[in-house]
Design a protein around this ligand. Sequence first.
Ligand SMILES: [Zn+2]
Ligand SMILES: [Zn+2]
Length: 112
Amino acid sequence: MSEFTPGVCRYCKCTEEMPCMLSSGDTCGWEHGTDRTVCTAPHCISNYWRDKRAKEREFKALTRRHSTGEICELQQKEIRQRKRESRIRCKARREREFKAQKEQAHVSKGEN
Ligand SMILES: [Zn+2]
Ligand SMILES: [Zn+2]
């Protein structure tokens, strides 16, 4: 959801009805991918990119902090779970092997 009003430049507040005049003699249009919230006037575009980069940096820093903490927690959970599972598996395997040994012993005893 955009925090800006579509159809109004967020920087110079121009609209489609009242576009700014560019140095080329054309009126401004909308910068691509801005949902009609940034016009193509050079200072608006440069403001837009400056803000966009700043926001991206902020967002990256935030997600990095956030995700490492979360990943750590998830990894620890996973490790704990895996340990638990492997213990269960080990126990089951031991029991199976023990049973098999017993059965083998039984069979060989019966043969003898
Ligand atoms: Zn503008
Ligand atoms: Zn404009």
